[in-house]
Design a protein around this ligand. Structure first.
Ligand SMILES: [Zn+2]
Length: 97
């Protein structure tokens, strides 16, 4: 499914899909599920999982400054705390909702 429209409504992100369905996901939830290596950790060649210092989320962390579309398969939000390395595919968003 492809989104026809994505907009922030209050503290949620509302996604309207081409199927006619709509998905609402809270910004805090999205922020907590940030899929980037810093937030989710990285597995090295030895199979050890490295996770950065537990990211403390501030109130600003879960505010959305802006977002951009990435290659037609996802979005990249810029959070209020400046964090912007997470790319959320539309599949991923649908999975965490
Ligand atoms: Zn992240």
């Amino acid at each position: 499914m492809k989104p026809l429209d994505i907009q922030q409504i209050g503290n949620e992100l509302a996604i309207k899909w081409d199927s006619g369905e709509e998905t609402f996901v809270s910004l805090l939830k999205l922020r907590e599920e940030c899929p980037c290596a810093v937030c989710k950790g990285e597995v090295d060649v030895m199979g050890h999982l490295h996770i950065g210092p537990a990211s403390k989320l501030s109130a600003a962390s879960a505010t959305l400054r802006s977002f951009s579309y990435v290659g037609g398969y996802g979005i990249k939000p810029v959070w209020g705390d400046g964090h912007s390395s997470g790319i959320y595919s539309f599949d991923y968003i649908r999975r965490i909702v």
